[in-house]
Ligand binder design. Sequence first.
Ligand code: PLP
Length: 389
Amino acid sequence: MDGLNKSMYDIGSDSAFSILARSQELSKQGKNVINLGIGQPDFPTPPNVVEAAIKALKDGHHGYTSSNGIFELRQAVAQDFYNRNNVEIDPNTILITPGGKSVIFYTMLMFGEAGSEIITPDPGFIAYKSMIDYTGAKAVSLPHRMANNFSFDAEELLSLINEKTKLIILNSPANPTGGVVPEKELEKLAEGLLNFPKVFVLSDEIYSRILFDKKKHHSLMKFPELRSRVIVLDGWSKTYSMTGWRLGFGIFPKNIFDFAEKLAINCHSCVNSASQFAGIEALTGSQDSVNNMILEFEQRRNFLVKELSLIRNVDCKKPGGAFYVFPKLKKNNLSSFEISQYLLEKKYIATVPGSSFGSNGEGFLRISYASSKENLEKFVECLKDFMNE
Ligand code: PLP
């Protein structure tokens, strides 16, 4: 179309949302669709958090807040980050955003331009590549292989860096694989990055609370020598079942914080104030709901991995976190897109084809187990039938 900025044609979309739209269409037609496609917890937002938002509205918090977020919320984020990572954060380097996704967009706008390179996980969260492409930068794939439990290899990552590299994106636990980067690999990376002092890192830690097998989260922020070039993305969407509240945050190095804030002022002004008050309660109130949700996710993961591994031509690793499994399927040379289409149109089960997360995702399906045990049982039976057909 004439008149449009050419970069508009480079923005990709998120197939989880188009699959959600198709699932809703099928549901309207009376089909009983099991949605294992969308990445949002199937638990309600904890009631104390909802109450805090209602109270904020009744107390008259209807207006703009400061663009970087209300101070008490940034303080609560800093305290929570300290409790979990033993790293002190200045609340003035925290930007409250409408969901974690805005941190991705703003960071790509800050680093991406024609002639620069950004290293991004493959398979990886779709928004990374879409936004890199939009800026004109080159997205350099960092393989996250099944044989490596869907983590990266630090040496391989370091070998991808050259003078054009501006940013590396990390995501652990990961979407779409649930893979967790081992502490040792992170240490190797941190050491290697000392040789590349101009390269920044966006560490997407949105699933950092959803870890299993008593694993502890390791943030790249724990390496003091890297703190001046690490951006952390996290938020409330997954941990507190608050996807629709649009509440996330970025921790930016002091020297670039003002740029991130300017993007925020020009784009979203501030996050709606009731959500911000809810965010304080989420962080400072009881954590029972979160802990129960994680326990439930762990049981579902165990169930799925055990059952899927019993199916012929299905290979499934046990992911360390998030709420996805990423099994590899072999069926008559069908692509992951064709398998996902078949499951949706014929069996009314929504999944996301692995190929939509990058070329290394071909042959895999992303299954979100943010769904009831009964739905997961039905899915296993359907997949068994399909694979044996
Ligand atoms: N990062 C990853 C890896 C995600 O999976 C998601 C959501 O699916 C986000 C960021 C964005 O989360 P939000 O809904 O808070 O924007």
